[in-house]
Design a protein around this ligand. Structure first.
Ligand code: XMP
Ligand code: MG
Length: 180
């Protein structure tokens, strides 16, 4: 897999340091609350499992699966709910954990959906933010790194369902997705 990577953006150590930093911020925010922490499948699973172990406060965790990419490197524009959470979020403080905010469509969909169910507060923690990709307004409260407008893979992020298990985040060589 390493041969398919043009350059490494964030090493395993840098990702871990970001998780510690974000975890401290999140812990302060929810010190006297019991948030429902919702990881967005599948990309955020690695980040989710690392970051919640950096937060020393009571919490519930759940997962939601939404899809907008369908194996391509460009968002299709439509967001579908694939698998829902099992937690009732009415009156709860919700923290969404995302791998990357790109066009912002996924986050906008999630914010609307969860607020319609009566969440008391909704905050967002994303490992990566790609501001140049934005097509709809979407703001995160906790951000690991800002990435350039390139397709990134690893540490949960995929291209066509592959590369999620890379232990670092890198930019995929363009010939990998233009040859397919
Ligand atoms: P949007 O565009 O809705 O994107 O903000 C959110 C979801 O799209 C996926 N995504 C990517 N996945 N490399 C990836 O592997 C990327 O550069 C990339 N940009 C967006 C991701 O699953 C995210 O949750
Ligand atoms: Mg995703």
């Amino acid at each position: 897999m390493d041969n398919d990577i043009l350059k490494v953006l964030y090493s395993t150590d840098e990702i871990h340091a970001a998780c510690s930093r974000l975890g401290r911020q999140i812990q302060k925010t929810y010190a006297d609350k019991v948030p429902v922490v919702i990881g967005v499948l599948k990309g955020a699973t690695f980040f989710m499992s690392d970051i919640v172990r950096e937060i020393d406060t009571y919490m519930e965790i759940d997962f939601i699966d939404v899809s907008s990419y369908h194996g391509a490197t460009q968002s299709s524009g439509q967001v579908d709910l694939i698998t829902d959470i099992s937690t009732d979020v009415a009156g709860r403080d919700v923290l969404i954990i995302e791998d990357i905010v790109d066009t912002g469509r996924t986050l906008k969909f999630l914010m609307t959906n969860l607020s319609e169910r009566g969440a008391k507060s909704i905050k967002v923690c994303t490992l990566l933010d790609k501001p140049e990709g934005r097509q709809v307004e979407a703001k995160s409260d906790f951000i690991g790194f800002q990435v350039p407008n390139e397709f990134v893979v690893g540490y949960g992020l995929d291209y066509d369902e592959k590369y999620r298990n890379l232990p670092y985040i890198g930019v995929l060589k363009p010939e990998i997705y233009t040859n397919n």
